[in-house]
Design a protein around this ligand. Sequence first.
Ligand code: ADP
Ligand code: MG
Length: 660
Amino acid sequence: MNSLSPPPLLCLTAVSRRFKTGDALISVLDNISLSIKAGEMVAIVGPSGSGKSTLMNILGCLDTPSSGHYQVDGQDVEQLNSDQRAGLRRERFGFIFQRYHLIPSLSVRENIEIPARYAHQSRQLRLDHARRLLDRLGMQGYEDRNVRRLSGGQQQRVSIARALINGGEVILADEPTGALDSRSGSEVMQLLQSLHQQGHTVIIITHDAKVADYAERIIHLADGKIVSDLPNDGDSDNKITEKSPQQFVTTSHYCANNRGWRTRWHEYQDAFGSAGRSLAAHRLRSCLTLLGIVIGIVSVVSLNAAGAGARQYVLDTLSSLGGNVVTLYPGKGYGDDQAASIHSLRDRDLSVLAQQRWITAATPNVSTNLRIRRQRTDINATVNGVSAEFMAIGNMNLLQGRSLLPRDITQQSSVVVVGESLKDKLFPRGSNPLGEIILVGTLPAKIVGVARSGSLSGGNTLNLWLPWSTATSRLLGQDWFDSIAVSLPESVSAETAKSTINRMLTRLHGRQDFYMLDSAAFVNSVEKTSFALSLFLSLIALISLLVGGIGVMNIMLVSVSERTRETGIRMAVGARRWDIQRQFLTEAVLLCLSGALVGVTLSLVLGISLSWLIHPWQLIFSLPAILTAVGCAVLVGVISGWLPAWQAAKLDPAEALTRE
Ligand code: ADP
Ligand code: MG
């Protein structure tokens, strides 16, 4: 090569392009060698089907040759990966298509800005450039117009602006006037020619000799081969010989990767903004998909809150039973078969326990079911033999009269305290029960008090309490207890109490023939059960969220295939794979995130209204649970958006562009 002439900007060496259609391999470009210098204006002419568009795709790095080499500015294109080729398209090429290939959902300015966005230009810079280009192209004031409302000539000018926003060093125009009337066509050609004068390399593909005449060099293509490559020295009036200095090609606008946080923030804002707009474009579809996520989130949040509320309810009820109580039972442990025949808890145990200063109170319990009779009423009730302290230990309220007294125990008195429900049965007309005599089994006893049990079941079952001494000797004829309840002050933990009692009584009995349960252990078991329950509920809720996620994935897949051409356009103007992926991912995440927000709001409303209806059982919403649910929704968005995004990103740009 002559050292004086500049090296070619674009250089094809023996390039062929073959396509596989079914079993056949058709050769569209055959052994093409061609070099184009910077600043040339070239027309590639040929009949329809001769391979012009295929050649342009290769020149514009939208497609790669099947064989042969293509160099851009000395760089082998075959050695570049798809993102590097996207970089070349973004930074050096500008495409103009016969059908404009604008994105219809975007405004004029947004269409022009696309390549600049992918080049990470700051918002302000982009805006300035777009405005300046529109001014130059005679379209000032059209920035915010919808591109669908423009005439063909205007749309083509918008696409020229888009080709120029990143510099547009090489303009590739495929039949730029093909869809235009002759006046707009010649306007576009004059524009291209003035770009050429300003130093851009312009390559025009056409089947129209009049269009080709604007170029200074004409290459004829037929059946994938170059048949002639000649300077255009025809006597055209279009010829401009004098070149003015380059104006459009400014120093590169595209910036490096170390862009500031503000630019990045704007990028995310833009990404969410455009995702929102494309979701809004299919409102009904988006809403239906959203519904799946909303249902999922409502079930996650509400089931969680209901679980937490139920647990709190049980715990509250338990704590109303009197906090720190240890209960001793005969036998080896909970569910011991022999327990009924083991009579290890007796009077002496009670006296030993009662002597301990660290024990607040101790009461034995013997209970049995007996008939209770008064006048013509005869009902079955639970009869409990207890000590004077049973009120405090059982967390009971005295409603009328008095409680049992220590002297009732020592004297084995025939006095009883009746439960509220039992009193209502025995005295249906509400007469005063105090001092009345009733028959407990066969024992006549005087009612001295009425009490309400604070326990869960105590409220509804029929209960009466009498001195344990009376119960054991005069009713049951037994000298052992069914259980002994020990109440402890706050300062003594159930664990230490249990181990001390265990030591004392084991020594007394000579072996361990009893076991203990404490309310804390019960609370623990409730917590364990409620944890298992809420895990189960969460699982169900997560499944519904998953179903919602599948809905999102489905709609995103549809969206990807509907927008194949848009994706092709974005790729042509320089989107990286990740840019495309991010676009679809953002949409999926936005869909799920809005579903989550609607879902959380709905759950709160639902929870508040339910709490009004079912009073004691409140739904408890916790911030961590809500945040977890929202986090899950975002995760579902990412997961369900991944496959569609990946499918979109692996599209072939040249092929995607031709899809309708
Ligand atoms: P032109 O732009 O000159 O009209 P094209 O380059 O578009 O011609 O196409 C040339 C030939 O290559 C056509 O016959 C077309 O059917 C074929 N062709 C182009 N692209 C493909 C493809 N992706 N797969 C199969 N055949 C293709
Ligand atoms: Mg074509």
